[in-house]
Design a protein around this ligand. Structure first.
Ligand code: BDE
Length: 147
């Protein structure tokens, strides 16, 4: 179930500079494992912060949300071509460790609640096995032709 960057781009609409998943390693009906390689050339390091590059925690949240989108569209949505995923809530987020140039942000995102229109995910992002960010968020599935 590995997916490379071109396969990822065929599933979610995000593009540079906002596509934050580089590869999917594993996926089943409830869980996806993916990563982002964080390079020293990321645009956001110029300003966050000058001389002290740290990946914004909100972008770690976004990266896990994107991994969740891939899981929803590949495994959960009944009509993925006509489904838009809208994140409706960040229920909980914790930032435990700074993510810096050269890090591989490894993400495990799991669906913990699935209703007709809403899914809640839990995500854990690690670098070298150490937790950088924990997330619980909720997304809504919307028919694309309704918005
Ligand atoms: C720690 C845990 C989770 N996320 C980030 C941290 C962290 O160490 N942030 N550090 C930010 C930071 C910003 C600036 Br400006 C600075 O000069 C230094 Br010295 C910092 O550590």
């Amino acid at each position: 179930m590995m997916m490379n960057i071109e396969e990822i781009k065929a599933v979610i609409p995000h593009r540079y500079p906002f596509l934050l998943v580089d590869r999917v390693l594993e996926m089943d009906d409830k869980k996806i494992t993916a990563f982002k390689n964080v390079t020293g050339n990321e645009e956001f390091f110029n300003g966050h912060f000058p001389g002290k590059p740290i990946m914004p925690g909100v972008l770690q949240v976004e990266a896990m949300a994107q991994a969740g989108c891939i899981l929803f569209l590949k495994k959960i949505a009944k009509d993925p071509k006509n489904t838009t995923i809208v994140f409706s809530s960040i229920n909980k987020a914790k930032f435990r460790k700074p993510v810096v140039p050269g890090d591989r942000l490894h993400m495990e995102v799991e669906v913990v609640s699935l209703r007709r229109q809403f899914a809640t995910i839990k995500g854990i992002a690690t670098v070298d096995g150490k937790i950088a960010c924990e997330l619980e968020a909720t997304a809504a599935f919307v028919p694309s032709d309704s918005i």
